[in-house]
Design a binder for this molecule. Structure first.
Ligand code: ATP
Ligand code: MG
Length: 582
């Protein structure tokens, strides 16, 4: 089904932070983004400084930086002055231990205030910050600590006892464990609270240069073993500019990014970009809960909201009625990232919130948003939008070592011209793997996409997930989107399985909406629906019902796992696997 374009009127365009994306694409140079930042007083560029201290210096210390919503109903405000002070205290605590430049600090925390102070304090101190997702098991934490040669871990007593204590002695680089909660810390650990209370709330930011290492982010592990992407302080140029361009952020906005800082979205757009743009961020300690989320949007008067397809599909599954009676009138801009956003989700958002979701695309490797539906752009539901100013994207093939750009409508690999500031500088300890991402002057993303004649980019699937059936190239996203248009289907994952005549045929796994039960009749009905939308060559040959689909903890469907099981192959690295109820 061709979904109607969602157009923006002249007033909406004029009001956008990027009112004329085409003109900006022609005129913008990354050096222009420098004017969106302060820079260190004595020279140098530092993410921690730009996120907090700068605003205090410019007289905005009293503005709320973080409005923290605790699990138990606590609501606590931290101003920019509070945040800058706590970041300084954190940097001082480490300095008192002789730790500074080059030190690698890891966090293993839920979304608690200490996480934000630790992140910014680490960066101010010229150290490298690596956030880990608190729900990881002991082994994935140990592995990441080992690969990244972590020196400091900031965590809670409970997480330490359950997930770290058993292997700590095996990682000699790990010198210091800081415990954020009150009370006596476990043996061999230091209580962060009292140490911070005793530390000065001023710290002269280490004069980092743009090329100094700032962050190591592990990828989601959707396609295999997670990689450690290394990012530098200069990435702040992209963080600040893309927050403005792609998320329409303005100083003073009430902004909510639902991603956990254990993943790159939750750091780039859940800490750095919003703070650099001087918004007030909502931080919710709790996980997805429909009523809670609707309540937060309404009560906190959220203006800009950045979330993910998995959450959107969960809202859709609960139905429009569940949203009835809430006042979402403060919402100005809605965005989504992490997975392809089905066109139905875009349109559903428009109906329920009065604003469509704006899909955007990027990766851990790119450090920031690359392709986006921005506020002034008409939206073609199902499209990721267009490259942001400063980003040159292409659809490229590299058959037989030859690199060639594809024609409009032709599927190829989504590639980017290197040179934007937040590009990873290497994969930690995997230089060869990093080098392989480049050819013919392009960075190859590993995703397949196509560009239409008007320059909109359309996601097709991960290169690994592409299905080749009787000469057709089939992207799982297209098939999944068609499946979820069926009223019974909440989520779908599609893989190719070997077939003697066709090469591969399409097999689908679906999770059903409440009120529907698996049955042969329903399977036939869904297949019929898919055939009608997609044609017999592309529609799934077989549909299997599942309670849930296997997903990473960052909410991405792990098609490779479905395929490995289907074919009896090794399941590979499952360190980021979350749900998998069969
Ligand atoms: P790994 O590289 O370890 O397999 P991952 O690629 O899932 O994991 P991330 O860097 O967190 O790790 O995710 C980036 C990927 O997510 C993109 O390459 C793309 O496949 C997918 N993605 C992100 N945003 C979108 C989007 N808007 N549309 C389609 N796909 C998206
Ligand atoms: Mg990836």
């Amino acid at each position: 089904m061709a979904w109607p374009v969602i157009t923006k009127d002249a007033a909406a365009r004029a009001a956008a932070s990027l009112p004329d994306p085409e003109a900006a694409r022609r005129a913008f140079a990354w050096t222009d983004a420098r004017a969106m930042l302060g820079g260190l007083p004595g020279g140098g560029l530092n993410i921690g400084h730009e996120a907090a201290d700068r605003h205090v210096m410019e007289g905005h210390g009293a503005q709320v930086a973080i409005r923290w919503l605790g699990l138990d109903g606590t609501r606590r405000d931290m101003t920019y002055a509070d945040l800058a002070g706590d970041a300084a205290r954190f940097a001082n605590v480490l300095a008192a231990q002789g730790l500074g430049r080059g030190t690698r600090v890891y966090s293993l925390l839920g979304r608690v205030p200490a996480l934000y102070a630790a992140a910014l304090g680490t960066l101010k101190g010229g150290m490298t910050f690596t956030p880990l997702f608190a729900a990881f098991g002991p082994e994935p934490i140990r592995a990441r600590m080992e690969i990244g040669e972590g020196n400091v871990l900031v965590t809670t007593a409970a997480l330490y006892r359950r997930k770290v204590a058993e292997w700590r002695a095996e990682i000699p680089s790990l010198r210091l464990v800081l415990i954020v909660d009150e009370g006596e810390p476990p043996e061999g650990c230091v209580a962060l609270g009292p140490a911070m209370a005793a530390a000065p709330d001023r710290f002269e930011t280490v004069p980092t240069r743009p090329e100094d290492m700032a962050l190591i982010h592990f990828t989601s592990g959707t396609t295999g073993r997670p990689k450690g992407a290394v990012h530098v302080h200069g990435a702040i140029l992209a963080h600040v500019a893309t927050g403005r361009f792609a998320l329409d952020l303005r100083p003073g906005d009430i902004y909510w990014c639902t991603a956990d800082p254990g993943w790159v979205t939750g750091t780039s757009y859940g800490i750095i970009s919003p703070l650099a743009n001087r918004v007030t961020m909502i931080v919710d300690e709790a996980d997805f809960d429909l009523e809670r989320w609707y309540g937060i949007l309404e009560r906190e008067k959220v203006e800009v909201w950045y979330t993910a397809p998995t959450a959107i599909r969960m809202m859709m599954r609960a139905g429009k009625d569940a949203a009835q009676g809430h006042d979402f009138s403060h919402l100005r801009f809605l965005a989504s990232v992490g997975e392809p956003l089905n066109p139905e989700g875009v349109v559903w958002g428009h109906e329920v919130f009065g604003k469509p979701f704006h899909d955007n695309w990027w990766q851990t490797e790119t450090g920031g948003i690359m392709i986006a539906n921005t506020a002034a752009m008409d939206i073609r539901p199902g499209s990721m939008g267009k490259p942001l100013p400063g980003i040159e994207a292409g659809i490229v093939t590299r058959d037989d070592g030859q690199v060639r750009e594809c024609a409009p409508g032709e599927i190829g690999e989504l590639a980017l011209r290197p040179g934007w500031p937040s590009m990873m500088r290497t994969y930690l300890n995997e230089q060869a793997r990093y080098d392989k991402c480049f050819a013919g002057g392009w960075y190859f993303s590993g995703d397949l996409a196509m560009r239409d004649k008007d320059g909109y980019f359309w996601f097709v699937g991960r290169a690994d997930d592409l299905i080749k059936s009787s000469g057709h190239l089939i992207g799982p996203f297209e098939v999944e989107s068609a499946l979820i248009e069926h009223k019974a289907v909440a989520e779908a994952a599609v893989i190719g399985i070997p077939d003697e005549t066709a090469g591969e045929v399409v097999k689908a796994y679906v999770a059903l909406n409440p009120g529907f039960e698996p049955s042969e009749t329903l399977e036939r009905d869904i297949r019929g629906h898919a055939r009608k939308l997609l044609g017999a060559a592309v529609a799934p040959r077989e549909i299997v019902f599942r309670k849930t689909l296997p997903k990473t903890r960052s909410g991405k469907i792990m098609r490779r796992l479905l395929k490995a099981r289907e074919l009896g192959l090794p399941e590979g690295d499952l360190s980021t696997l979350e749900t998998d109820e069969r």
